[in-house]
Design a protein around this ligand. Structure first.
Ligand code: COS
Length: 382
């Protein structure tokens, strides 16, 4: 995007986040739902199509531009982003990266407009970090496949109109090669949803099981029209998703530092604002340094992606470092607030709960470490 188009867009996102979303954070946390009128406003702002190419009706942002938008969005509760985050991320990317032209034309424009919510089904009750061990079956039948199995903790499933589903098409291949990816309509017969989960944080984000009971999907639903490639599709989708989570964490850390500083300036103990005390300053300094380091890492990784370079290691490093970083920053924010930090009246209590998930979903910190180490070992052995 031209800077004279992108910069005003970024400014309008910032104003919407700070003026419209921040005042609703507490309500969303308490009611565990996003107001409908807000979803309509997000559609108007183009949020659902941030990363979807313009030819399919999206804004077609580059990875760097998307990261900069995520820095702004990270300023507020992650529940708001979850409304459209699967459309710009893991719900649409399988089709975008590996889908056929027809699949792209059929789904992406409606995802970009927000008319259709997309969601991503990889995790299962017995398959989390070991994604290649998934057990959901896709049996070949006349004209298509029948899917049977349960997908667990699926973000946005209660709102979704379509799912990207990873299922095993070759029961003789126990690992990654036997897995294929499908686009499955939420209205398909044999597809049902579990009850919405109650969670530690990120209230307002909708999460539940997606259950397939001999659910028929036509041949046209196979992503890319080829079987056995679904695991790789899922991994490519996650590479991109991880980069985005890293960016979002940077924005949240910025917000937490802002909260910390404002509180420390206002709170008086021992006759002066606690921001005058060096032990408080140390927490602010450490948070700022780590946030800036994460920001640099995320932007560098996004540039690699824009240059069409491999981002497996860069995306894993961004998510790993930024999610751990924001966990530490949230912890310090609670500490600076003292007793108030533990009270729900203050937003740091909520952010402390919300950021915990960043170290888990789209690959735990331990999986990121494993991915990073594998890549480093490969590079050095070469
Ligand atoms: N991009 C493209 N292809 C990839 C890839 C990537 N990022 N990562 C792996 N692959 C390919 C590999 O090249 C390999 O292909 P070949 O058999 O042709 O060589 C295949 O996929 C299997 O990869 P690998 O052997 O690395 O699989 P593992 O079972 O060892 O698993 C991890 C790899 C652990 C990294 C993977 O299962 C993972 O990311 N787990 C976490 C899952 C997750 O993030 N879940 C979150 C829920 S979704 S919100």
């Amino acid at each position: 995007m031209e800077p004279d188009v992108f910069e005003p867009l970024l400014q309008s996102v910032r104003e919407f986040v700070r003026g419209r979303l921040v005042p609703l954070e507490k309500q969303v946390d308490e009611e565990d739902r996003i107001p409908d009128e807000l979803v309509a406003e997000m559609r108007e702002m183009g949020f659902f199509g941030l990363s979807i190419p313009t030819e399919y009706g999206g804004l077609g942002l580059t990875a760097v531009e998307e990261a900069r938008v995520a820095f702004e969005l990270g300023w507020t509760s992650p529940a708001f982003r979850s409304v459209f985050g699967t459309n710009t991320g893991i719900g649409s990317q399988g089709i975008l990266i590996d889908g056929t032209d027809e699949q792209k034309r059929t789904y992406l424009p409606r995802m970009a407009s927000g008319e259709l919510i997309a969601s991503f089904c990889l995790t299962e009750p017995q398959s989390g970090s070991d994604a290649a061990s998934l057990q959901t079956r896709a049996e070949r039948v006349d004209g298509g496949y029948r899917l049977t199995g349960t997908k667990r903790y699926i973000t946005n499933a209660p709102r979704a109109g379509v799912f990207t589903v990873m299922a095993r098409t070759d029961p003789n291949q126990k690992g990654a090669s036997g897995i294929s990816a499908f686009v499955v309509d939420a209205a398909s017969s044999g597809l049902s949803l579990g009850k919405p989960e109650r969670k530690l944080g990120q209230r307002g984000t909708a999460v539940c099981d997606v259950i397939f009971d001999s659910c028929f999907v036509p041949d046209a639903a196979l992503i890319g029209g080829v079987s056995g490639k679904g695991f790789r599709t899922a991994m490519k989708v996650l590479d991109r998703g991880r980069l985005n989570i890293g960016a979002f964490c940077v924005g949240t850390a910025e917000r937490l530092i802002d909260e910390m500083v404002r509180y420390a300036d206002a709170r008086v103990q021992f006759g002066k604002p606690i921001s005058d005390f060096q032990l408080i300053q140390a927490m602010i300094a450490d948070s700022e340094v780590e946030k800036e380091a994460a920001l640099a890492l995320v932007l560098q990784s996004a540039r690699l992606r824009d240059d069409l370079q491999p981002i497996v290691k860069a995306a894993a490093m961004s998510k790993y470092y930024a999610s751990e970083m924001v966990g530490r920053v949230a912890d310090r924010a609670v500490q600076v607030f003292g007793g108030a930090g533990y009270i729900a009246e203050y937003c740091v209590e909520r952010f402390y709960r919300d950021v915990r998930l960043f170290r888990i979903y789209e690959g735990t910190s331990q999986i990121q470490q494993l991915v990073i180490a594998r890549e480093v070992l490969k590079e050095h052995r070469q």
